[in-house]
Design a protein. Structure first.
Length: 205
């Protein structure tokens, strides 16, 4: 079942900032038994331009924390291993990966995973970059504005997943800015409701 409603994360963003938060969609069973999340970075002016998502100890480390480990579509015939080079990589339905941002995406050496990689490691429960590294727009002349799809992650259904990091962007006024972002899925309240629903099913049985 696909959830087409965009759900906002809770972010500590200054009133002057043009970065308006992270949203996501979710879809079950793209890979059997998994939920696939697609994450978007949103800006409140069409003149804002996404430059990078990074680890920056002045704002936030970049961190992916998965309760049960990331999932990739291991049956994809083009898959060469758990991690593939960004150049020429074909991502499959349900894979966990950094989006290409219109083909202009580059990576700092060894950002999160070894090499310059788009596909994220199968089974990883913690991927992090504390400082001085990220994924960035290698051609700022073709600026990505509005809402940018930047990552897809698949995990076991019902398991918790958190993405944190620093969003670097150029505001509509032309200033370079950085903001911390964090999103947890399912939201903690949703997990509590799932637990109550499960308890109710057991009682009825």
């Amino acid at each position: 079942m696909k959830n087409v409603v965009l759900l906002s994360s809770l972010l500590a963003v200054s009133a002057q900032a043009d970065f308006s938060g992270v949203t996501y969609t979710s879809e079950d069973d793209v890979i059997a038994g998994a939920t696939t999340y697609r994450f978007f970075l949103n800006f409140d002016s069409p003149g804002d331009a996404l430059l990078a998502v990074s680890g920056n100890d002045d704002f936030s480390a970049f961190r992916i924390t998965s309760e049960t480990g990331l999932i990739n579509n291991e049956l994809l015939s083009t898959r060469l291993g758990d991690v593939e080079d960004f150049t020429g990589t074909l991502t499959g339905a349900g894979d966990s990966f950094f989006a290409a941002w219109g083909g202009d995406t580059s990576f700092s050496p060894d950002f999160v995973v070894s090499g310059n990689s788009q596909i994220l490691s199968t089974g990883a429960t913690l991927l992090e970059q504390l400082d001085n590294g990220g994924v960035f727009d290698s051609n700022p002349d073709t600026q990505l504005t509005g809402s940018a799809f930047f990552m897809q992650l698949s995990v076991d259904q019902g398991s918790q997943l958190t993405v944190e990091g620093t969003v670097d962007f150029k505001s509509s006024a032309g200033f370079l800015q950085s903001e911390a972002m964090s999103v947890t899925v399912p939201a903690p309240g949703a997990l509590a409701l799932l637990g109550l629903a499960s308890l109710g099913r057991r009682r009825r049985g």
